[in-house]
Ligand binder design. Structure first.
Ligand code: PLP
Length: 415
């Protein structure tokens, strides 16, 4: 008897596979494995003491409200802090424009459910963030992939979609994207917003990494180009700590009202205690100084990874040079498959994430996502040396196979 017939799961759930990367991470995060797989922030950067003090202060001074149910929209002082930050970045924002969420992942889920019915089309960068694809699949939506290059989603290709049914949503990670580390160029940001707004299509701009810029100049947030149809997500996961599960949505009133209703049905509101702990922390904590340390740590780790890749990767390998975030995206030499690299590397206790699950369109070339955030520079140097050996061996094998094949076909052509 199949599971489907024994348990009457919904069509939505039956049609959605568990995340391939989450399964890989279970192996990768074993203690004896040197992992570049998970997108985990560095735990030594969590401001644990300051959070402990803020938590003690909240529980001493306002235990009744901190442990009570709260309003769905979120804790007012926290909404004010987030709004002031947008305003400081040139996007005038009121506290009322903000809805506090359980991480940006909840923002993706709410927006997906607000806009996507069965069969609706959602434009995504190819490759894109896997858990967003999962949220869209749970709405039975159809991802419409648009290729990306070093400047992010290729906006020139959007015109090709015009002949088909209009999409219901565009999803992008504009800055230091997961999995590629690439950023959408300023002119493409403008072009993307123009294209979508001219067609009345909302854009979900997911920005968990934008604050972790360690090189180059800041790019304008998508919401700077349109405040009605651009829905912007943010989070404290990569700047403070992901375990707090606090993020936000900035959206125009009609959209925000729908999202608030959906959130009521989903979880009533975000943890009152965690919201108040962060709000209290931000009253006294030097957040900008802390961000400076976060950026400096990741800058050094990215530098170590780039150097190690230069030293150990064979000819035919290429990789991105992000100006922030946590990820480098590596393109493998021709004929080398990402799953083979994953398996050979894990046998030598080094973990990486194969790139194929991030693509909607299957690719002829193999890729790996490498996270530099959560290992020391020394670990990055030694782990990438092993990875380089693995890729070199597989590249040599692929080349031998290729030579044998072309030799055989040359012989079969011989008169
Ligand atoms: C692109 C992207 N969006 C959303 C998330 C989820 O973040 P949060 O912890 O805020 O839910 C992640 C986490 O890695 C991510 O990479």
């Amino acid at each position: 008897m199949s599971i489907r017939s024994k348990y009457p799961f919904s069509r939505r759930v039956s049609g959605t596979a568990p995340s391939a990367v989450r399964e890989i991470l279970k192996v990768a995060e074993q203690p004896d494995v040197l992992s570049f797989a998970g997108g985990l922030p560095a735990p030594e950067l969590f401001p644990a003491e300051a959070i402990a003090e803020a938590a003690a202060s909240v529980l001493a001074t306002e235990p009744s409200s901190a442990l009570q149910y709260g309003v769905t929209e979120g804790h007012a002082p926290l909404r004010e802090w987030v709004a002031a930050r947008f305003t400081g970045q040139g996007v005038p924002t009121r506290a009322d424009d903000i809805l506090i969420t359980h991480g940006s992942q909840q923002g993706i889920d709410l927006v997906a459910r607000a806009f996507l019915d069965r069969g609706d089309r959602v434009v995504v960068e190819d490759p894109t963030y896997l858990a967003a694809l999962q949220a869209f699949s749970l709405c039975e939506a159809v991802p419409v992939p648009v290729a990306s290059d070093d400047d992010g989603l290729c906006t020139e290709a959007l015109g090709e979609l015009d002949g088909a049914e209009a999409p219901s949503l565009v999803y992008v990670v504009p800055t230091f994207q997961n999995p590629t580390g690439r950023s959408l160029a300023a002119s493409r940001r403008r072009d993307l917003v123009r294209w979508a707004t001219a067609r009345g299509v909302p854009i979900l701009a997911d920005e968990p990494y934008a604050d972790i810029r360690f090189a180059g100049e800041p790019l304008p947030p998508l919401v700077a180009f349109d405040q009605d149809l651009v829905i912007q997500l943010g989070t404290f996961s990569k700047t403070l700590a992901p375990g707090l599960r606090i993020g936000w949505i900035r959206a125009s009133e009609p959209i925000r009202k729908r999202l608030t209703t959906l959130k009521q049905a989903s979880d009533l509101h975000t943890s009152t205690l965690n919201q108040r702990i962060i709000a209290r922390l931000l009253e006294t904590f030097d957040f900008e100084g802390h961000l400076g340390r976060v950026r400096e740590t990741y800058r050094a780790r990215h530098g170590a990874m780039h150097l190690a890749l230069q030293e150990w990767m064979p000819k035919g390998t290429a990789w991105t040079r992000p100006e922030g975030g946590l990820f480098v995206w590596l393109s493998l030499p021709p004929g080398v498959h990402d799953l083979d690299v994953f398996q050979a590397a894990i046998a030598r206790k080094v973990a990486v994430v194969p790139g194929s699950p991030f693509f909607v369109t299957p690719q002829p070339r193999g890729h790996l996502r490498l996270s530099f955030g959560n290992r020391s520079e020394a670990h990055i140097a030694s782990g990438l040396r092993t990875l380089g050996e693995v890729v070199r061996d597989l590249a040599a094998k692929a080349e031998r196979t290729n030579v044998t094949k072309s030799h055989a076909s040359a012989q079969s052509l011989a008169p």
